[in-house]
Design a protein around this ligand. Structure first.
Ligand SMILES: [Fe+2]
Length: 578
């Protein structure tokens, strides 16, 4: 098996974990959150499916777990989109880029948890952030009335608006708001997507947005980053729409070798009304990337870690008729998952100089083993972002069984197939911020396993605080989940000494398996829903938006709106212990 079968054959469910080796420290606390698409089997490409949120409690005996056990709790995200889909699934048609319907395009919110103080959100690239109750994990609200976003990105004005956005908005810790993006098609200066910077100050139900003047590009803005004074956007470059593929043909579009980066001063945005264009400062970086993280303190320059995705084309997925690069039929359990990396990946820290237009490389790392850079763990406290020390990265290793011949042919002039022939171990690695020197590494030699999104948990944070004693990424723990057909486990590392191996390991009491998960994040324990003014689904149901629906469909929309206003769970949903 190139990756565990249970990525797609097991189901998300609640269970408890127990300590199976080492000593669980007493100075760790809080919750680890995950986002995941629930692979319902109706979509050819599973990463577009409806999302769930998962919470691993890092303090034993909490959230319904007995003494000495650790609670793994899951919740389907019952957005208006999900409720309508469940009530009228036949109205939804599937394509390689998700569902469409007379109601509009659903918000699957399946990619990343976004903790923000005492509030919790989940995100994805094609919808608004969604607020989740941090105690019950139930759906609460979507962010920002669609009119304040300037309307849908495309596909008309429907009950379920389509918003092409970012799966990684960033919380501004001093201006107390959220930076994200909206993309919409434009014809000028060329046909492509025009990005806007979007701001939500969390106090109300409206966002502000400012289009980037003169910018049109063919990709996506997966990540948003920031310094104290600047917002940073980029064409991720690794997911490009292919019109032929959408209409049933073969994909011929490939990812870029170099991508544009746009910097905008926060003060320039706030000085103009919502909807007014703003001029960005433009740069280019290589290779394309999924994720990038700026040091918040920009008094010494704008310094950004770029997690490269050198030959990782996220638009490619495995079909039932695919063969891998060795000519073997692909594992049926891998069908619908993404095609894995076709080259080792580069991580760099770059310094941007808006005054001179220069990009200066401070440090970088790429070796044969740095393949399938999955995701990273860092200290998200204000203090940690201001002066980061360590950046922890999980590499999943080479998995030739999840690289298709179709993909290899598409990239035949850009890949070295001989370097992809063997499965290689996964690694958890720590890099020094700035120099990007490798400071520690732990090997996962069992290639039947798959390490997935790690997170950083600070040591001894005070109640409700994101910062530990010595912020930056070295003083605390790296929590490393391991997916395996023999049972899911959680390895805990001392963040300052990942190379020493796990200090403790948890496993499900019945060796439970866990399906594919995407991003993870850490937050302090919060069980109550914060008071706030929130958007209601009913607030957006204008006559124009309902006009394209028949009577039954309108009744369904009205019922979903009533259920949401009444705080009712949808029929058939499972309420959790909290
Ligand atoms: Fe991501």
């Amino acid at each position: 098996m190139p990756t565990p079968e249970t990525l797609t054959t097991s189901e998300h469910h609640d269970f408890d974990l127990e300590l199976v080796s080492g000593t669980w420290p007493t100075d760790i606390s809080g919750e680890m959150l995950f986002s995941a698409p629930m692979l319902g089997g109706r979509l050819p490409y599973g990463i577009f499916d409806f999302g769930c949120v998962i919470r691993l409690s890092l303090t034993p005996g909490t959230h319904g777990a007995p003494d000495g056990r650790f609670a793994w709790r899951t919740g389907q995200i019952e957005t208006p989109s999900k409720r309508i889909f469940d009530a009228a699934p036949d109205a939804f048609t599937s394509s390689p880029v998700g569902y469409s319907s007379p109601f509009g395009a659903p918000n699957s919110s399946n990619t990343a948890p976004l903790p923000w103080g005492d509030r919790l959100f989940t995100t994805w690239d094609a919808g608004r952030p969604v607020e989740i109750h941090p105690g019950t994990l139930e759906y609460v609200a979507e962010v920002g009335h669609i009119d304040s976003w300037g309307g849908s990105s495309m596909f008309g004005d429907t009950v379920l608006p389509f918003l092409f956005s970012s799966a990684h908005p960033v919380v501004d810790p001093e201006r107390h708001g959220l930076w994200t993006t909206k993309l919409e098609p434009v014809m000028s200066p060329t046909f492509g997507m025009r990005p806007s910077v979007v701001w939500w100050d969390r106090s109300g139900t409206e966002v502000k947005w400012w289009p980037l003047e003169g910018i049109s590009f063919p990709g996506s803005t997966h990540t948003v980053s920031q310094t104290r004074d600047w917002v940073i956007l980029c064409d991720s470059g690794n997911f490009k729409a292919d019109a032929d593929e959408m209409f049933g043909g073969e994909r011929t579009v490939t990812i870029d070798a170099e991508v544009p980066v746009w910097l905008v001063r926060k003060d320039d945005l706030f000085s103009r009304p919502s909807g007014t264009p703003v001029q960005p400062t433009c740069f280019r970086v290589s290779p394309p990337n999924g994720h990038f993280y700026a040091r918040y303190d920009d008094s010494d320059g704008i310094s950004v870690v770029w997690e490269g995705m050198d030959l990782m084309d996220l638009a490619l997925y495995l079909r039932p008729d695919d063969v891998d690069i060795h000519g073997r039929p692909v594992d049926p359990a891998s069908v619908g998952l993404y095609n894995m990396a076709m080259a080792p990946e580069t991580i760099t820290e770059l310094l941007f100089e808006p005054e001179t237009g220069k990009v200066i490389e401070r440090g970088g790392f790429r070796e044969d083993w740095t393949i399938n850079l999955q995701l990273s763990a860092m200290d998200w406290s204000l203090e940690g972002m201001s002066a980061p020390t360590l950046h922890h990265v999980s590499y999943q290793g080479c998995r030739p069984g999840r690289i298709t011949q179709r993909a290899a042919q598409l990239y035949e002039d850009r890949i070295d197939l001989s370097a992809l022939a063997e499965e290689t171990p996964g690694y958890l690695a720590s890099f020094e911020r700035g120099s990007m020197e490798l400071t520690a590494r732990w090997e996962y030699p069992d290639t039947s396993e798959l390490i997935t999104s790690p997170t950083f948990a600070p040591r001894s944070p005070t109640a409700g605080n994101y910062a530990g004693g010595e912020p930056g990424g070295h003083d605390g723990y790296v929590v490393q989940p391991v997916l395996s057909d023999a049972g899911f486990r959680v390895d805990l590392f001392d963040a300052a000494d990942v190379g020493a191996g796990p200090v403790a390991t948890l496993r499900g009491t019945h060796k439970e398996c866990v399906p594919l998960v995407l991003h993870s994040a850490w937050m302090p324990s919060v069980d109550e829903l914060a008071d706030a003014d929130r958007l209601r689904f009913a607030d957006e149901l204008s006559a124009d938006r309902l006009a394209g629906l028949d009577d039954d469909q309108r009744r369904l929309v009205a019922r979903v709106a009533e259920d949401l206003d009444a705080g009712s769970a949808p029929a058939g949903s499972v309420r959790r212990d909290g």
